[in-house]
Design a protein around this ligand. Structure first.
Ligand code: SF4
Length: 330
């Protein structure tokens, strides 16, 4: 068994079956893509400013030879019928913690074979979907998600840079063809026809809007039940219909994430946040973003009285309370 087969076997024995390998190199070909996005003002505040940090893996490991991509499926149900809801990816244990645990095990295994390792999950700015498609893990759809054959786009991605030279897998080209279902489904038209990614406006993606600290009143109605994240373009995708569900037990949804108690959420204190929401994948943006979105949906979807929010200790929340009253003529 060669190094590659041994790593794959180790991953499979640990419940991970979607893994690919690509050469560690500078992605010069992406330079014009990032330049154009910058010029058109399509980047959002979560994106790395330095193009070099986005295309040069040697900044993270100068002796890197191979990048290993690992896909972690997270979807436990295709039922999307809840009125007020969290995005599917947030429902279980915080994916940063879960995937880091798996990646550390894989890194130890590679180190045992004499390789250096540098794992990443959302912790650098490399183009992980591009690397994943180069590694044969899936293709990048017009909606900019990485679409795997087995689990569709409902996967988290992790990468390991290693100094081991491992035979790369074949890249997978886009398979969208003439389909434009995600473009048609997107409520804000953030996916625009054109070269993948370049015309997609991250600043009006609803997933981003739900996580943005300051939003204009015009976004209130667009939330339409969303508390954190947006699955709309993924739900529209035909490649997400006949898929296998996750078997990673840490991603089994918490009941309170599946069945949202909007009343509790909009009155949430620090203890409730720490106890329930900080440990899920939506926790990293803090308590008040969730409270704000709960208040919006309390009025918009649930038709719940939000009077108690008037006495909230946070000026940020009180500000949204008064703006909402005005916006909805209450
Ligand atoms: Fe591609 Fe259609 Fe899926 Fe969009 S919905 S990513 S166009 S296959």
């Amino acid at each position: 068994m060669n190094i590659k087969e041994e790593i794959i076997e180790f991953c499979i024995n640990n419940g991970i079956d979607t893994i690919g390998f690509s050469e560690c190199r500078i992605f010069h070909e992406l330079n014009p893509y990032f330049e154009k996005r910058k010029k058109l003002g399509l980047e959002n505040e979560f994106e790395e400013n330095s193009i070099d940090k986005r295309i040069n893996p040697f900044l993270y490991m100068p002796e890197g030879k191979t990048i290993i991509t690992i896909a972690f499926p997270y979807l436990y149900s295709l039922d999307f019928n809840k009125k007020t809801h969290f995005s599917k990816y947030t429902l279980g244990m915080d994916y940063h913690a879960v995937t880091t645990g798996y990646m550390e095990k894989i890194c130890k295994f590679i180190q045992g074979m004499g390789g250096k390792t540098m794992p990443f999950v959302d912790s650098n700015s490399l183009p992980e979907r591009y690397i994943a498609s180069n590694s044969g893990v899936g293709f990048i759809g017009k909606n900019n998600t990485l679409i795997t054959e087995k689990y569709g786009s409902y996967v988290f991605l992790g990468e390991i840079i290693t100094d081991l030279i491992i035979l790369p897998d074949k890249p997978i080209d886009q398979k969208c063809g003439n389909c434009e279902m995600c473009l048609e489904a997107c409520p804000t038209n953030s996916i625009v026809k054109g070269q993948v990614g370049i015309n997609n406006d991250a600043n009006i993606c609803l997933s981003y809007i739900t996580q943005k600290k300051h939003i204009e009143d015009s976004w209130f109605e667009k939330l339409n039940g969303r508390i954190f994240g947006c699955d709309t373009c993924q739900r529209a995708c035909p490649y997400n219909r006949e898929i296998q569900l996750s078997t990673i037990s840490e991603f089994i949804p918490y009941d309170y994430m599946k069945n949202v108690d909007v009343q509790a959420l909009m009155n949430m204190d620090n203890d409730l946040f720490k106890d329930k929401y900080k440990i899920a994948s939506c926790g990293w943006r803090g308590k008040n973003i969730l409270k704000r979105n709960a208040i919006i949906n309390a009025l918009l979807i649930e038709k719940i009285n939000i009077l108690a929010v008037e006495k909230d200790t946070s000026p940020y929340i009180r500000d949204y309370y008064y703006r909402l009253l005005k916006f909805f003529n209450l």
